[in-house]
Design a binder for this molecule. Sequence first.
Ligand SMILES: C[S@@+](CC[C@H](N)C(=O)[O-])C[C@H]1O[C@@H](n2cnc3c(N)ncnc32)[C@H](O)[C@@H]1O
Length: 273
Amino acid sequence: MMAPEARKTNYVIRGGAEGRERLRLLSQIHRQSTLDLLQRAGVAPGMACLDVGCGGGDVCFELARLVAPDGSVLGIDIDAVKIDIAQREARAQRLENVAFRVIDLEQGELPLQFDFVHIRFVLSHLRNPQKLLATIHGALRPGGTIVVADTQFYGFFSEPESRALARGVELYVKTIERRGANANIGPRLPSMLAAAGFQDVQVGVVQHAHIRGEPKTILPLTVDFSADAIITEGLASRAEMEALVAEMYEFAENPMSIIAGPRIIQAWAKAAS
Ligand SMILES: C[S@@+](CC[C@H](N)C(=O)[O-])C[C@H]1O[C@@H](n2cnc3c(N)ncnc32)[C@H](O)[C@@H]1O
C-alpha cells in the first residue's frame, strides 16, 4: 500500500480526461439542483466567484453566465489535465470571464477577495476539510457567501435491493475513510461552516433517482473509477472488483430497476462582516 504522504492527492476517483467525462455526467445530473442552490444563495451579476475543486469546470461555466458581464469566475483544482480541458471548453463556449488554475487545496494558498465561493463534492475527499473552510472564510470579502454541497452515502438505495451496488458503495466509502476523509460528511456541513466562523447558516437536501439513461450509470461508474484505490487499500482484489463492477452495470441495464444516489446536503452561509 502506498504511504499517504507519497501520494500526490487523496482523491480516490480516476482523474484526467476520463475523470472529466465522469464529472460531465455528474454535472448533468446535478445541474438544476445546483442552479437552484446558487440562486437561493444569492449569486448575482458582478460578483467575483471562486469554484474550489472545480473539476472540468461545469459549475464555473454556469457561474460565469450568471455573473456576466462584469463578474468573474476562477476555478481551481489539483488535476492539471481537467484544468487544461476546462480552459479549452471555456474558450469554445466564448466565456471570457472565467479562468482556471492548478492548486492543491491541501498544500497551496487560496487566492483572495471573492464575493461568492462554491465547493461541491470536494470536502468529502480532503483530510482536513475544516481547515479549508477556515481558509475560504479568509478568502471571502466580509459578508461574502459560501455554498457547499456534499454527500451522505448512507442515503443511497436501489429497488430492488442490489448486493453488488451496496457492496460497491461500502467499498467506496471505506476507501475514502482509509485515506482520512469522509464520504458521509454531508450532514456535518452546517456545523462545520459555523465552526469556521460563517454566519446565517442555511441547509437543504436533494437526492436524485434514476430509472433509465446514462445518469443511471453514475454510481457504477464512480465505483469503477475508484477500483484502483479500493485495490490499493487492500479492500478487494482486481478480480473481485471486475466482477462487482460488471454486476453493478448489469443492474443499471434492467429497465425496471431504480438507482438513487447519495443524499446531497447543501449548506450556504455568509462570512462575518
Ligand atoms: C468529485 S470531483 C467534483 C468536481 C466538481 N466540484 C463538480 O462538482 O463537478 C472532486 C474534485 O476535487 C479535486 N480535488 C481532490 N483533491 C484535491 C486537492 N487536494 N486540491 C485540489 N483539488 C482536489 C479533484 O481533482 C476533482 O476534480
